[in-house]
Design a protein. Structure first.
Length: 290
């Protein structure tokens, strides 16, 4: 499978984990009523298959009409109950969890390579500010090595936004200085983690944005006093505080070519809500661009 053309501009897709399906036939069936075929594919479940099952699964994806815009890696043991628990357990930051997570990341990178993917995203964890030495240096060195590992497989590693401010992420990426590292921009995560205005973040992160999630979040009102509490909750597109019309305008201003990948997690009736999200996005995009 070749990497999908990211045109026409702002074409629409969906995260595989939003369907709760893993295998290609089930994903294809879930996508059929949606009228889209661009997929952000979770790689971690594929890495857990035994070798024969994995070979079969990869063959199915290579033959699939679904176009994979990027792979995604998540890590067992990440605890999203509060901001404090995900800070302690998230991504590639925890030293005690790094060896096993690096092994999973390596396995997923090889799967992405076998699928001829170009982009792979993950939450790397809460990135410290440059003033937080030696933590900043340790994570920089760790991710520089991983970026070089990805480069050997012709892969670009995308950091998903939200767990730090856009300025902190931009500073880290500048110091990291790897051409095959970019950003998977998620406007709702900026709201959920309380890390700033998504529209302003696009301008800050413009040089690195290579993939975008379409997700919305509604701020908790009044703001919680508990600093470890989530600052918002996921909402249907257009019903939250991520300012999605302005987000799309900002993406066009930086000439982002697409796609927009819907991510839905906190919902029970996913097909109907995803259809509503697609209708909303299509209302924002000129007919010659979707």
């Amino acid at each position: 499978m070749n990497p999908p053309p990211l045109s026409p501009p702002l074409s629409l897709g969906l995260c595989s984990w939003s369907t709760r399906q893993i295998e290609e036939p089930a994903l294809r069936a879930a996508f059929q009523p949606l009228g889209i075929n661009i997929l952000h594919l979770a790689l971690s479940p594929l890495a857990e298959l035994d070798p024969s099952e994995q070979t079969h699964a990869l063959a199915q994806f290579r033959a699939s009409p679904l176009q994979i815009s990027a792979g995604m890696i998540s890590f067992p043991g990440e605890d999203y109950r509060t901001l404090a628990t995900i800070r302690a357990t998230g991504g590639l930051v925890p030293d005690d969890l790094f060896p096993q997570r690096h092994a999973l990341l390596t396995a997923c990178a090889h799967l992405a390579h076998q699928l001829n993917l170009r982009l792979v995203s993950t939450h790397v964890g809460f990135i410290p500010a440059q003033s937080d030495r030696p933590n900043f240096d340790r994570l920089r060195d760790r991710l520089a090595s991983i970026a070089d590992q990805f480069a050997a497989l012709n892969l670009t590693l995308l950091f998903e936004t939200g767990q730090e401010t856009a300025d902190t992420l931009a500073d880290f990426l500048t110091v990291l200085n790897r051409p095959n590292v970019g950003v998977n921009f998620d406007p709702a995560n900026m709201i959920l983690y309380g890390k700033g205005d998504p529209v302003a973040a696009i301008r800050t992160l413009a040089p690195w944005i290579q993939h975008v999630h379409a997700k919305d979040a509604r701020l908790v009102s009044p703001p919680p006093n508990d600093p470890t509490a989530w600052r918002a909750h996921e909402a249907p597109l257009g019903q939250g505080d991520a300012h999605l019309p302005q987000v799309l305008t900002a993406l066009k201003q930086i000439h982002y070519p697409g796609p927009l990948i819907i991510e839905r997690e906190a919902t029970s009736s996913r097909t109907q809500e995803i259809l509503a999200d697609l209708t909303y996005l299509r209302s924002l995009i000129p007919k010659n661009e979707n």
